[in-house]
Design a protein around this ligand. Structure first.
Ligand code: ADP
Ligand code: MG
Length: 613
Protein backbone atom coordinates (compact mmCIF):
# COMPACT_ATOMS: atom_id res chain seq x y z
CA UNK A 1 0.00 0.00 0.00
CA UNK A 2 1.33 3.44 -0.83
CA UNK A 3 2.12 5.90 1.94
CA UNK A 4 -0.32 8.80 2.13
CA UNK A 5 -0.78 11.86 4.28
CA UNK A 6 -3.78 11.40 6.55
CA UNK A 7 -6.60 13.92 6.17
CA UNK A 8 -6.61 16.63 8.84
CA UNK A 9 -9.87 15.44 10.43
CA UNK A 10 -8.44 11.98 10.97
CA UNK A 11 -5.20 13.39 12.37
CA UNK A 12 -7.20 15.42 14.85
CA UNK A 13 -9.23 12.40 15.87
CA UNK A 14 -6.01 10.50 16.50
CA UNK A 15 -4.66 13.37 18.58
CA UNK A 16 -7.95 13.61 20.42
CA UNK A 17 -7.43 10.01 21.53
CA UNK A 18 -4.41 11.15 23.51
CA UNK A 19 -5.58 14.52 24.70
CA UNK A 20 -9.22 13.86 25.48
CA UNK A 21 -9.60 10.59 27.26
CA UNK A 22 -12.91 11.32 28.97
CA UNK A 23 -15.13 14.30 29.84
CA UNK A 24 -12.77 15.27 32.68
CA UNK A 25 -9.86 15.72 30.28
CA UNK A 26 -12.00 18.02 28.10
CA UNK A 27 -12.89 20.05 31.19
CA UNK A 28 -9.24 20.20 32.18
CA UNK A 29 -8.14 21.56 28.81
CA UNK A 30 -10.89 24.17 28.74
CA UNK A 31 -10.33 25.38 32.29
CA UNK A 32 -6.60 25.56 31.62
CA UNK A 33 -7.33 27.73 28.60
CA UNK A 34 -9.46 30.03 30.76
CA UNK A 35 -6.69 30.32 33.34
CA UNK A 36 -4.14 31.03 30.62
CA UNK A 37 -6.52 33.75 29.34
CA UNK A 38 -6.24 35.49 32.70
CA UNK A 39 -9.78 34.79 33.87
CA UNK A 40 -10.83 35.89 37.36
CA UNK A 41 -13.96 33.75 37.31
CA UNK A 42 -14.54 30.41 35.60
CA UNK A 43 -17.86 28.58 35.41
CA UNK A 44 -18.22 24.98 34.35
CA UNK A 45 -21.63 23.51 33.60
CA UNK A 46 -22.35 19.85 32.85
CA UNK A 47 -25.14 17.67 31.61
CA UNK A 48 -25.04 13.88 31.93
CA UNK A 49 -21.66 13.94 33.59
CA UNK A 50 -20.31 15.94 30.66
CA UNK A 51 -21.43 13.44 28.06
CA UNK A 52 -24.06 15.59 26.40
CA UNK A 53 -22.75 19.00 27.46
CA UNK A 54 -19.68 20.61 28.91
CA UNK A 55 -19.83 24.42 28.97
CA UNK A 56 -16.94 26.52 30.25
CA UNK A 57 -17.31 30.28 30.55
CA UNK A 58 -14.66 32.75 31.59
CA UNK A 59 -14.05 36.47 31.82
CA UNK A 60 -10.55 36.26 30.40
CA UNK A 61 -8.92 38.11 27.51
CA UNK A 62 -11.24 36.56 24.91
CA UNK A 63 -10.55 36.15 21.19
CA UNK A 64 -11.27 38.24 18.12
CA UNK A 65 -12.91 36.83 15.00
CA UNK A 66 -9.66 35.80 13.30
CA UNK A 67 -8.36 34.01 16.36
CA UNK A 68 -11.66 32.24 16.81
CA UNK A 69 -11.08 30.53 13.47
CA UNK A 70 -7.37 30.07 13.89
CA UNK A 71 -7.56 28.46 17.33
CA UNK A 72 -9.39 25.50 15.77
CA UNK A 73 -6.41 24.68 13.62
CA UNK A 74 -4.00 22.08 14.75
CA UNK A 75 -0.88 23.36 16.52
CA UNK A 76 -2.19 26.92 16.51
CA UNK A 77 -1.36 28.59 19.79
CA UNK A 78 -0.73 32.05 21.17
CA UNK A 79 1.43 30.68 23.98
CA UNK A 80 4.81 29.96 22.42
CA UNK A 81 5.56 33.50 21.34
CA UNK A 82 9.31 32.96 20.98
CA UNK A 83 9.24 29.31 19.91
CA UNK A 84 10.95 28.44 23.19
CA UNK A 85 9.90 25.09 24.61
CA UNK A 86 12.30 25.37 27.52
CA UNK A 87 10.52 28.19 29.34
CA UNK A 88 6.86 27.31 29.37
CA UNK A 89 4.94 29.58 31.70
CA UNK A 90 1.40 28.72 30.59
CA UNK A 91 -0.67 25.62 31.22
CA UNK A 92 -1.21 25.07 27.50
CA UNK A 93 1.36 25.28 24.72
CA UNK A 94 0.68 22.44 22.29
CA UNK A 95 -2.24 23.99 20.40
CA UNK A 96 -4.05 20.67 20.36
CA UNK A 97 -7.00 20.87 22.71
CA UNK A 98 -9.54 22.83 20.68
CA UNK A 99 -8.94 21.07 17.32
CA UNK A 100 -9.04 17.72 19.15
CA UNK A 101 -12.34 18.55 20.82
CA UNK A 102 -13.69 19.89 17.52
CA UNK A 103 -12.87 16.56 15.89
CA UNK A 104 -14.80 14.40 18.32
CA UNK A 105 -17.75 16.54 19.44
CA UNK A 106 -20.11 19.33 18.42
CA UNK A 107 -18.15 22.37 19.54
CA UNK A 108 -19.27 25.98 19.80
CA UNK A 109 -16.93 28.86 20.64
CA UNK A 110 -18.27 32.27 21.56
CA UNK A 111 -15.90 35.04 22.53
CA UNK A 112 -15.41 38.74 22.87
CA UNK A 113 -11.89 40.07 23.00
CA UNK A 114 -10.89 42.58 25.65
CA UNK A 115 -11.62 46.07 24.29
CA UNK A 116 -13.74 44.82 21.37
CA UNK A 117 -17.32 45.99 20.84
CA UNK A 118 -18.69 42.80 19.40
CA UNK A 119 -18.57 39.11 20.16
CA UNK A 120 -18.29 36.30 17.62
CA UNK A 121 -19.33 32.69 17.55
CA UNK A 122 -18.35 29.67 15.51
CA UNK A 123 -19.52 26.06 15.50
CA UNK A 124 -17.74 22.88 14.43
CA UNK A 125 -19.30 19.46 14.13
CA UNK A 126 -17.19 16.38 13.72
CA UNK A 127 -14.43 18.54 12.24
CA UNK A 128 -16.72 20.43 9.80
CA UNK A 129 -16.39 24.14 10.47
CA UNK A 130 -19.55 26.27 10.39
CA UNK A 131 -19.89 29.98 9.72
CA UNK A 132 -18.48 32.77 11.84
CA UNK A 133 -21.41 34.79 13.20
CA UNK A 134 -21.79 37.86 15.38
CA UNK A 135 -23.03 37.01 18.82
CA UNK A 136 -23.94 38.57 22.15
CA UNK A 137 -21.40 37.85 24.87
CA UNK A 138 -19.59 39.88 27.51
CA UNK A 139 -15.81 40.03 27.54
CA UNK A 140 -14.41 36.54 27.73
CA UNK A 141 -15.03 33.15 26.20
CA UNK A 142 -17.65 30.44 26.37
CA UNK A 143 -16.86 27.02 24.98
CA UNK A 144 -19.61 24.42 24.63
CA UNK A 145 -18.76 20.81 23.96
CA UNK A 146 -21.84 18.80 23.05
CA UNK A 147 -22.09 15.05 22.53
CA UNK A 148 -18.47 14.32 23.26
CA UNK A 149 -17.17 11.31 21.33
CA UNK A 150 -20.24 11.12 19.09
CA UNK A 151 -17.73 10.97 16.25
CA UNK A 152 -15.71 8.20 17.92
CA UNK A 153 -18.23 5.64 19.20
CA UNK A 154 -15.50 3.28 20.37
CA UNK A 155 -14.35 5.83 22.95
CA UNK A 156 -17.91 6.54 23.96
CA UNK A 157 -18.31 2.92 25.01
CA UNK A 158 -15.42 3.17 27.45
CA UNK A 159 -16.99 5.92 29.50
CA UNK A 160 -18.07 4.92 32.99
CA UNK A 161 -21.32 5.79 34.72
CA UNK A 162 -22.23 9.43 35.28
CA UNK A 163 -21.17 9.52 38.97
CA UNK A 164 -17.70 8.25 38.06
CA UNK A 165 -17.24 10.74 35.25
CA UNK A 166 -18.53 13.56 37.45
CA UNK A 167 -16.11 12.46 40.15
CA UNK A 168 -13.19 12.80 37.74
CA UNK A 169 -14.39 16.24 36.71
CA UNK A 170 -14.68 17.43 40.31
CA UNK A 171 -11.15 16.15 40.90
CA UNK A 172 -9.75 17.95 37.86
CA UNK A 173 -11.41 21.27 38.62
CA UNK A 174 -10.53 20.98 42.31
CA UNK A 175 -6.86 20.44 41.51
CA UNK A 176 -6.69 23.44 39.21
CA UNK A 177 -8.60 25.53 41.75
CA UNK A 178 -6.20 24.67 44.56
CA UNK A 179 -3.33 26.29 42.73
CA UNK A 180 -5.31 29.46 42.08
CA UNK A 181 -7.19 30.68 45.16
CA UNK A 182 -7.32 34.10 43.50
CA UNK A 183 -9.69 32.82 40.82
CA UNK A 184 -13.36 32.04 41.48
CA UNK A 185 -14.57 28.63 40.29
CA UNK A 186 -17.98 27.11 40.05
CA UNK A 187 -18.94 23.67 38.82
CA UNK A 188 -22.56 22.64 38.37
CA UNK A 189 -24.16 19.48 37.07
CA UNK A 190 -27.61 20.22 35.63
CA UNK A 191 -27.89 23.16 37.97
CA UNK A 192 -26.67 21.24 41.05
CA UNK A 193 -23.63 22.95 42.57
CA UNK A 194 -20.67 20.60 42.89
CA UNK A 195 -18.01 23.18 43.63
CA UNK A 196 -18.51 26.80 44.49
CA UNK A 197 -15.26 28.51 45.32
CA UNK A 198 -15.19 32.26 45.75
CA UNK A 199 -11.92 34.01 45.02
CA UNK A 200 -9.96 34.90 48.11
CA UNK A 201 -10.15 38.59 48.78
CA UNK A 202 -7.73 41.18 47.53
CA UNK A 203 -4.08 40.93 48.35
CA UNK A 204 -4.42 37.63 50.19
CA UNK A 205 -3.41 35.95 46.96
CA UNK A 206 -0.53 33.65 47.52
CA UNK A 207 -0.72 33.92 51.28
CA UNK A 208 -0.69 30.59 53.09
CA UNK A 209 -4.02 31.43 54.71
CA UNK A 210 -5.81 31.99 51.44
CA UNK A 211 -4.22 28.85 50.05
CA UNK A 212 -5.25 26.76 53.02
CA UNK A 213 -8.81 28.06 52.92
CA UNK A 214 -9.11 27.08 49.27
CA UNK A 215 -7.50 23.71 49.94
CA UNK A 216 -9.91 23.08 52.78
CA UNK A 217 -12.82 23.96 50.51
CA UNK A 218 -11.63 21.45 47.92
CA UNK A 219 -10.31 18.51 49.92
CA UNK A 220 -12.24 18.95 53.14
CA UNK A 221 -11.74 20.92 56.30
CA UNK A 222 -10.43 17.93 58.19
CA UNK A 223 -7.30 17.98 56.06
CA UNK A 224 -6.72 21.63 56.83
CA UNK A 225 -7.13 20.91 60.53
CA UNK A 226 -4.76 17.93 60.37
CA UNK A 227 -1.97 19.43 58.33
CA UNK A 228 1.32 21.10 59.11
CA UNK A 229 2.80 23.85 56.99
CA UNK A 230 5.68 22.98 54.69
CA UNK A 231 8.14 25.66 53.60
CA UNK A 232 11.58 25.03 52.21
CA UNK A 233 13.98 26.51 49.72
CA UNK A 234 17.11 25.21 48.11
CA UNK A 235 18.92 27.12 45.40
CA UNK A 236 16.22 28.28 43.01
CA UNK A 237 13.75 25.64 44.15
CA UNK A 238 10.94 26.50 46.49
CA UNK A 239 8.59 24.05 48.13
CA UNK A 240 5.47 25.13 49.99
CA UNK A 241 2.18 23.67 51.01
CA UNK A 242 0.68 21.47 53.66
CA UNK A 243 1.36 17.94 54.83
CA UNK A 244 -1.16 15.81 56.68
CA UNK A 245 -0.01 14.48 60.03
CA UNK A 246 0.66 10.75 59.74
CA UNK A 247 -2.46 9.73 61.64
CA UNK A 248 -4.49 11.35 58.88
CA UNK A 249 -3.53 8.59 56.47
CA UNK A 250 -5.49 7.32 53.49
CA UNK A 251 -5.91 4.15 51.54
CA UNK A 252 -4.60 5.55 48.25
CA UNK A 253 -2.49 8.42 46.98
CA UNK A 254 -5.62 10.17 45.71
CA UNK A 255 -5.19 12.75 48.46
CA UNK A 256 -1.74 13.77 47.32
CA UNK A 257 -2.02 16.96 45.32
CA UNK A 258 1.18 18.00 43.62
CA UNK A 259 1.84 21.13 41.62
CA UNK A 260 4.91 22.10 39.66
CA UNK A 261 4.96 25.78 38.80
CA UNK A 262 1.22 25.87 39.40
CA UNK A 263 0.52 22.92 37.13
CA UNK A 264 -1.21 19.91 38.69
CA UNK A 265 0.98 16.89 38.02
CA UNK A 266 1.06 13.19 38.78
CA UNK A 267 4.62 12.25 39.04
CA UNK A 268 6.22 9.07 40.26
CA UNK A 269 9.30 10.83 41.49
CA UNK A 270 7.28 13.20 43.64
CA UNK A 271 5.00 10.51 45.02
CA UNK A 272 8.10 8.41 45.76
CA UNK A 273 9.68 11.28 47.68
CA UNK A 274 6.54 11.66 49.78
CA UNK A 275 6.53 7.95 50.51
CA UNK A 276 10.15 8.21 51.58
CA UNK A 277 9.45 11.07 53.94
CA UNK A 278 6.64 9.22 55.74
CA UNK A 279 8.30 5.84 55.50
CA UNK A 280 8.73 5.08 59.15
CA UNK A 281 5.56 6.84 60.22
CA UNK A 282 3.05 4.85 58.22
CA UNK A 283 2.22 1.27 57.43
CA UNK A 284 3.28 0.49 53.88
CA UNK A 285 -0.28 0.21 52.57
CA UNK A 286 -1.35 3.61 53.89
CA UNK A 287 -0.70 6.98 52.28
CA UNK A 288 -0.43 10.48 53.65
CA UNK A 289 -2.52 13.38 52.39
CA UNK A 290 -0.43 16.30 51.14
CA UNK A 291 -0.79 19.41 49.04
CA UNK A 292 2.60 20.54 47.78
CA UNK A 293 3.62 23.29 45.43
CA UNK A 294 7.05 23.12 43.89
CA UNK A 295 8.24 26.24 42.14
CA UNK A 296 11.42 26.38 40.12
CA UNK A 297 12.78 28.18 37.07
CA UNK A 298 10.87 26.93 34.01
CA UNK A 299 14.01 25.81 32.23
CA UNK A 300 14.80 23.31 34.99
CA UNK A 301 11.71 21.23 34.32
CA UNK A 302 10.37 19.77 31.09
CA UNK A 303 6.58 19.71 30.87
CA UNK A 304 6.53 18.60 27.24
CA UNK A 305 6.48 14.91 28.11
CA UNK A 306 2.96 13.79 27.36
CA UNK A 307 -0.02 15.33 25.54
CA UNK A 308 -1.95 15.50 28.79
CA UNK A 309 0.84 17.56 30.34
CA UNK A 310 0.54 15.91 33.76
CA UNK A 311 3.99 14.36 33.66
CA UNK A 312 7.19 16.30 34.11
CA UNK A 313 10.91 15.63 33.98
CA UNK A 314 13.26 17.46 36.30
CA UNK A 315 16.73 18.50 35.30
CA UNK A 316 17.94 17.59 38.78
CA UNK A 317 15.66 14.87 40.08
CA UNK A 318 17.91 14.11 43.04
CA UNK A 319 17.71 17.65 44.31
CA UNK A 320 13.91 17.68 44.03
CA UNK A 321 13.61 14.43 45.91
CA UNK A 322 15.99 15.54 48.63
CA UNK A 323 14.19 18.84 49.05
CA UNK A 324 10.81 17.18 49.44
CA UNK A 325 11.97 14.46 51.81
CA UNK A 326 13.83 16.83 54.09
CA UNK A 327 11.14 19.51 54.05
CA UNK A 328 8.42 17.01 54.94
CA UNK A 329 10.48 15.33 57.64
CA UNK A 330 11.32 18.67 59.11
CA UNK A 331 7.72 19.85 59.11
CA UNK A 332 6.48 16.61 60.66
CA UNK A 333 9.16 16.59 63.34
CA UNK A 334 8.28 20.17 64.21
CA UNK A 335 4.73 19.00 64.71
CA UNK A 336 6.19 17.01 67.58
CA UNK A 337 3.79 14.93 69.58
CA UNK A 338 0.82 16.30 67.71
CA UNK A 339 -1.52 13.52 66.75
CA UNK A 340 -4.83 14.12 65.09
CA UNK A 341 -6.77 14.40 68.26
CA UNK A 342 -8.70 17.62 67.83
CA UNK A 343 -8.81 17.38 64.15
CA UNK A 344 -12.44 17.61 63.27
CA UNK A 345 -14.27 20.24 65.21
CA UNK A 346 -17.03 18.30 66.82
CA UNK A 347 -20.54 18.80 65.55
CA UNK A 348 -21.63 22.12 66.93
CA UNK A 349 -25.21 21.36 67.70
CA UNK A 350 -25.11 18.14 69.65
CA UNK A 351 -24.41 16.23 66.49
CA UNK A 352 -24.09 12.94 68.29
CA UNK A 353 -27.13 11.55 66.58
CA UNK A 354 -25.91 12.58 63.18
CA UNK A 355 -23.21 10.13 62.45
CA UNK A 356 -21.45 10.13 65.78
CA UNK A 357 -18.46 11.98 67.09
CA UNK A 358 -15.08 11.86 65.51
CA UNK A 359 -12.11 10.76 67.49
CA UNK A 360 -8.65 11.19 66.11
CA UNK A 361 -10.16 13.44 63.49
CA UNK A 362 -11.76 10.68 61.52
CA UNK A 363 -15.32 10.61 62.66
CA UNK A 364 -17.18 13.30 60.83
CA UNK A 365 -14.71 14.36 58.19
CA UNK A 366 -15.31 14.55 54.50
CA UNK A 367 -15.56 10.93 53.46
CA UNK A 368 -12.60 9.60 55.42
CA UNK A 369 -11.28 6.45 53.87
CA UNK A 370 -10.70 3.56 56.15
CA UNK A 371 -9.82 4.61 59.66
CA UNK A 372 -7.18 2.43 61.22
CA UNK A 373 -8.41 -0.34 63.47
CA UNK A 374 -7.23 1.52 66.55
CA UNK A 375 -9.11 4.66 65.69
CA UNK A 376 -12.18 2.72 64.69
CA UNK A 377 -12.14 1.08 68.09
CA UNK A 378 -11.98 4.41 69.82
CA UNK A 379 -14.63 5.92 67.64
CA UNK A 380 -16.91 3.06 68.54
CA UNK A 381 -16.93 4.09 72.12
CA UNK A 382 -18.46 7.40 71.16
CA UNK A 383 -20.24 6.77 67.94
CA UNK A 384 -23.36 5.21 69.41
CA UNK A 385 -26.37 7.25 68.43
CA UNK A 386 -28.45 9.05 71.01
CA UNK A 387 -30.42 8.45 73.04
CA UNK A 388 -30.04 4.70 73.51
CA UNK A 389 -26.32 4.83 73.02
CA UNK A 390 -25.55 7.34 75.70
CA UNK A 391 -24.91 4.71 78.30
CA UNK A 392 -22.56 2.89 75.98
CA UNK A 393 -20.90 6.14 75.10
CA UNK A 394 -20.15 6.81 78.72
CA UNK A 395 -19.18 3.24 79.57
CA UNK A 396 -15.45 3.50 78.94
CA UNK A 397 -15.24 6.21 81.56
CA UNK A 398 -16.74 4.27 84.42
CA UNK A 399 -14.47 4.44 87.33
CA UNK A 400 -12.57 7.44 86.08
CA UNK A 401 -14.27 9.70 88.56
CA UNK A 402 -13.37 7.37 91.39
CA UNK A 403 -9.72 7.12 90.50
CA UNK A 404 -9.58 10.83 89.82
CA UNK A 405 -10.45 11.55 93.39
CA UNK A 406 -8.22 8.77 94.59
CA UNK A 407 -5.15 9.91 92.75
CA UNK A 408 -5.42 13.66 92.81
CA UNK A 409 -3.92 13.94 96.27
CA UNK A 410 -0.19 14.50 96.02
CA UNK A 411 -0.47 14.92 92.31
CA UNK A 412 0.72 18.22 90.93
CA UNK A 413 -2.25 18.67 88.64
CA UNK A 414 -4.62 19.43 91.48
CA UNK A 415 -3.39 22.96 92.00
CA UNK A 416 -1.11 23.62 89.08
CA UNK A 417 -2.16 26.81 87.28
CA UNK A 418 -3.61 25.98 83.88
CA UNK A 419 -0.68 27.61 82.10
CA UNK A 420 1.81 25.20 83.68
CA UNK A 421 -0.01 22.01 82.82
CA UNK A 422 1.95 20.15 80.14
CA UNK A 423 0.21 19.50 76.80
CA UNK A 424 -0.63 15.88 77.56
CA UNK A 425 -1.63 16.70 81.14
CA UNK A 426 -1.08 14.70 84.32
CA UNK A 427 -1.93 11.02 84.54
CA UNK A 428 -4.96 10.19 86.65
CA UNK A 429 -5.76 6.58 86.00
CA UNK A 430 -5.11 3.54 83.93
CA UNK A 431 -8.06 1.77 82.35
CA UNK A 432 -8.20 -1.87 81.30
CA UNK A 433 -4.46 -2.06 81.88
CA UNK A 434 -4.15 -0.44 78.45
CA UNK A 435 -5.13 3.21 78.45
CA UNK A 436 -3.71 6.07 80.44
CA UNK A 437 -6.24 8.76 81.28
CA UNK A 438 -4.72 12.18 81.96
CA UNK A 439 -6.18 15.53 82.83
CA UNK A 440 -4.99 18.25 80.46
CA UNK A 441 -5.34 21.99 80.83
CA UNK A 442 -8.68 21.98 79.11
CA UNK A 443 -9.95 18.44 78.94
CA UNK A 444 -8.78 14.87 79.14
CA UNK A 445 -6.21 12.87 77.23
CA UNK A 446 -6.39 9.15 76.59
CA UNK A 447 -3.13 7.43 75.69
CA UNK A 448 -2.75 3.99 74.17
CA UNK A 449 0.22 2.98 76.32
CA UNK A 450 1.43 0.22 74.05
CA UNK A 451 1.36 2.33 70.92
CA UNK A 452 3.02 5.24 72.72
CA UNK A 453 5.74 3.12 74.24
CA UNK A 454 6.43 1.42 70.95
CA UNK A 455 6.93 4.80 69.34
CA UNK A 456 9.22 6.06 72.08
CA UNK A 457 11.33 2.92 71.93
CA UNK A 458 11.59 3.26 68.18
CA UNK A 459 12.89 6.81 68.52
CA UNK A 460 15.30 5.82 71.31
CA UNK A 461 16.68 3.02 69.19
CA UNK A 462 17.25 5.37 66.30
CA UNK A 463 19.00 7.86 68.58
CA UNK A 464 21.22 5.21 70.13
CA UNK A 465 22.14 3.95 66.71
CA UNK A 466 23.14 7.37 65.49
CA UNK A 467 25.10 7.92 68.68
CA UNK A 468 27.32 4.99 67.74
CA UNK A 469 25.64 1.76 68.78
CA UNK A 470 22.82 0.26 70.72
CA UNK A 471 23.73 -1.01 74.20
CA UNK A 472 23.11 -4.73 74.51
CA UNK A 473 21.88 -6.93 77.27
CA UNK A 474 23.00 -10.55 77.58
CA UNK A 475 20.15 -13.02 77.90
CA UNK A 476 20.68 -15.28 80.90
CA UNK A 477 18.99 -18.03 78.99
CA UNK A 478 19.82 -17.71 75.29
CA UNK A 479 16.71 -18.28 73.28
CA UNK A 480 16.56 -20.79 70.45
CA UNK A 481 14.19 -19.79 67.65
CA UNK A 482 13.26 -22.28 64.95
CA UNK A 483 12.94 -20.88 61.44
CA UNK A 484 12.95 -21.93 57.82
CA UNK A 485 16.31 -22.21 56.09
CA UNK A 486 15.87 -19.10 53.94
CA UNK A 487 15.11 -16.93 56.96
CA UNK A 488 18.09 -18.30 58.88
CA UNK A 489 20.31 -17.58 55.93
CA UNK A 490 19.03 -14.04 55.68
CA UNK A 491 19.47 -13.36 59.37
CA UNK A 492 22.95 -14.82 59.66
CA UNK A 493 24.21 -12.92 56.64
CA UNK A 494 23.10 -9.75 58.31
CA UNK A 495 24.41 -10.79 61.72
CA UNK A 496 26.99 -8.03 61.80
CA UNK A 497 24.48 -5.30 61.01
CA UNK A 498 22.09 -6.74 63.57
CA UNK A 499 24.83 -6.67 66.21
CA UNK A 500 25.17 -2.92 65.67
CA UNK A 501 21.47 -2.74 66.43
CA UNK A 502 22.00 -4.60 69.68
CA UNK A 503 20.90 -8.02 68.55
CA UNK A 504 23.39 -10.88 68.72
CA UNK A 505 22.39 -14.17 67.14
CA UNK A 506 24.07 -17.13 65.48
CA UNK A 507 23.03 -20.27 63.62
CA UNK A 508 22.07 -23.14 65.90
CA UNK A 509 22.19 -26.42 64.04
CA UNK A 510 19.91 -26.85 61.07
CA UNK A 511 16.64 -24.96 61.23
CA UNK A 512 17.27 -22.63 64.17
CA UNK A 513 19.15 -19.58 65.44
CA UNK A 514 20.10 -18.81 68.98
CA UNK A 515 19.61 -15.27 70.32
CA UNK A 516 22.27 -14.35 72.88
CA UNK A 517 21.94 -10.59 73.35
CA UNK A 518 19.14 -8.08 72.75
CA UNK A 519 19.00 -4.26 72.76
CA UNK A 520 18.99 -3.25 76.43
CA UNK A 521 16.45 -0.50 76.02
CA UNK A 522 13.81 -2.90 74.79
CA UNK A 523 13.44 -4.35 78.28
CA UNK A 524 12.05 -7.85 78.43
CA UNK A 525 11.79 -9.01 74.84
CA UNK A 526 9.67 -11.52 73.03
CA UNK A 527 12.69 -12.86 71.14
CA UNK A 528 10.76 -15.36 69.08
CA UNK A 529 8.30 -12.80 67.77
CA UNK A 530 11.08 -10.31 67.14
CA UNK A 531 13.25 -12.74 65.16
CA UNK A 532 10.33 -13.96 63.08
CA UNK A 533 9.32 -10.41 62.18
CA UNK A 534 12.88 -9.39 61.43
CA UNK A 535 13.28 -12.34 59.09
CA UNK A 536 10.20 -11.13 57.24
CA UNK A 537 11.47 -7.56 57.15
CA UNK A 538 14.74 -8.76 55.68
CA UNK A 539 12.96 -10.87 53.07
CA UNK A 540 11.07 -7.79 51.99
CA UNK A 541 14.15 -5.57 51.94
CA UNK A 542 15.88 -7.91 49.53
CA UNK A 543 19.57 -8.65 49.36
CA UNK A 544 20.62 -5.50 47.61
CA UNK A 545 19.43 -2.98 50.15
CA UNK A 546 21.84 -2.24 52.94
CA UNK A 547 19.98 -2.49 56.19
CA UNK A 548 21.03 1.04 57.04
CA UNK A 549 18.62 2.32 54.42
CA UNK A 550 15.64 0.68 55.98
CA UNK A 551 16.79 0.78 59.56
CA UNK A 552 13.72 2.57 60.74
CA UNK A 553 11.64 -0.34 59.59
CA UNK A 554 13.79 -2.75 61.57
CA UNK A 555 13.76 -0.42 64.56
CA UNK A 556 9.99 -0.36 64.38
CA UNK A 557 9.85 -4.16 64.48
CA UNK A 558 12.14 -4.22 67.46
CA UNK A 559 10.21 -1.55 69.28
CA UNK A 560 7.03 -3.44 68.69
CA UNK A 561 8.33 -6.53 70.45
CA UNK A 562 9.92 -4.79 73.36
CA UNK A 563 7.18 -2.37 74.24
CA UNK A 564 5.06 -2.21 77.31
CA UNK A 565 2.37 -4.60 76.28
CA UNK A 566 -1.19 -3.61 76.74
CA UNK A 567 -2.23 -5.13 80.02
CA UNK A 568 0.75 -4.05 82.11
CA UNK A 569 -0.13 -2.10 85.20
CA UNK A 570 1.68 1.23 85.49
CA UNK A 571 2.09 3.48 88.50
CA UNK A 572 1.04 7.14 88.28
CA UNK A 573 4.72 8.11 88.23
CA UNK A 574 5.46 5.72 85.38
CA UNK A 575 2.50 7.08 83.46
CA UNK A 576 3.58 10.69 83.97
CA UNK A 577 7.10 9.79 82.87
CA UNK A 578 5.68 8.31 79.70
CA UNK A 579 3.60 11.42 79.00
CA UNK A 580 6.57 13.74 79.51
CA UNK A 581 8.74 11.66 77.22
CA UNK A 582 6.04 11.73 74.56
CA UNK A 583 6.01 15.50 74.72
CA UNK A 584 9.75 15.58 74.16
CA UNK A 585 9.88 13.05 71.36
CA UNK A 586 9.34 13.88 67.71
CA UNK A 587 6.69 11.83 65.93
CA UNK A 588 5.30 10.49 69.19
CA UNK A 589 1.75 11.35 68.13
CA UNK A 590 1.49 8.16 66.14
CA UNK A 591 2.84 4.65 66.39
CA UNK A 592 5.04 3.24 63.63
CA UNK A 593 1.95 2.06 61.81
CA UNK A 594 0.37 5.51 61.67
CA UNK A 595 -2.21 4.94 64.37
CA UNK A 596 -2.63 7.73 66.89
CA UNK A 597 -0.99 7.15 70.25
CA UNK A 598 -3.30 9.54 72.05
CA UNK A 599 -6.54 11.45 71.68
CA UNK A 600 -7.87 14.41 73.56
CA UNK A 601 -11.39 15.26 74.60
CA UNK A 602 -11.69 18.95 75.26
CA UNK A 603 -13.89 20.02 78.11
CA UNK A 604 -16.29 21.46 75.55
CA UNK A 605 -16.41 18.08 73.82
CA UNK A 606 -17.30 16.40 77.08
CA UNK A 607 -19.95 18.98 77.77
CA UNK A 608 -21.44 18.30 74.38
CA UNK A 609 -21.49 14.59 75.13
CA UNK A 610 -23.75 15.37 78.06
CA UNK A 611 -25.89 17.81 76.14
CA UNK A 612 -24.62 20.73 78.23
CA UNK A 613 -23.85 22.68 75.08
P1 ADP B 1 -3.06 25.79 23.73
O1 ADP B 1 -3.80 26.05 24.97
O2 ADP B 1 -2.05 24.71 23.87
O3 ADP B 1 -2.49 27.02 23.10
P2 ADP B 1 -5.65 25.18 22.65
O4 ADP B 1 -6.08 24.37 21.49
O5 ADP B 1 -6.15 24.77 23.99
O6 ADP B 1 -4.08 25.20 22.64
O7 ADP B 1 -6.04 26.68 22.39
C1 ADP B 1 -5.58 27.33 21.23
C2 ADP B 1 -5.54 28.85 21.40
O8 ADP B 1 -6.85 29.36 21.54
C3 ADP B 1 -4.83 29.29 22.66
O9 ADP B 1 -3.44 29.40 22.46
C4 ADP B 1 -5.48 30.64 22.94
O10 ADP B 1 -4.84 31.65 22.21
C5 ADP B 1 -6.87 30.48 22.39
N1 ADP B 1 -7.84 30.20 23.46
C6 ADP B 1 -8.34 29.01 23.81
N2 ADP B 1 -9.20 29.11 24.83
C7 ADP B 1 -9.27 30.42 25.14
C8 ADP B 1 -9.98 31.18 26.13
N3 ADP B 1 -10.81 30.58 27.01
N4 ADP B 1 -9.79 32.53 26.16
C9 ADP B 1 -8.96 33.13 25.28
N5 ADP B 1 -8.25 32.46 24.35
C10 ADP B 1 -8.40 31.13 24.26
MG1 MG C 1 -5.10 24.74 25.84
Amino acid sequence: MPIRRLPEGLVNRIAAGEVVERPASAVKELVENSLDAGAARIEVGLRDGGRTLIAVSDDGCGMGADDLVLCLERHATSKLADDDLTRIATLGFRGEALPSLAAVSRLTLTSRAAGADEAWSIGVEGGEMGELRPAAHPRGTRVEVRDLFFATPARLKFLKGTPTEVGHIVDVVGRLAMARPDVAFSLTDEGRALLSLPATAGDLTGSPDAGLRRIGAVVGKDFAANAVTVEAERDEYRLSGHAGVPTHHRRTTAHQFLFVNGRPVRDRLLHGAIRGAYQDLLASDRHPAVVLFLDLPAELVDVNVHPMKTEVRFRDAGLVRGLIVSALKHALAAAGHRSAPRAMPWPANGGLGAGGLGVGGRGGGAAPSGPSPAAAGLALAFAAPLPGGLAEAAAPFEGVAASMQASSAGDPAGDTPAGDIPPLGFARAQLHGTYIVAQSADGMVIVDQHAAHERLTHERLKRALHAGGVPRQVLLLPEVVELDAASIDRLTRRAEELTALGLVLEPFGPGAVVVREVPALLGPVDARGLITDLAEDLAELGEAVAMGERLSRVCASMACHGSVRAGRKLSIDEMNALLREMERTPHSGQCSHGRPTWVELKRSDIERLFGRR
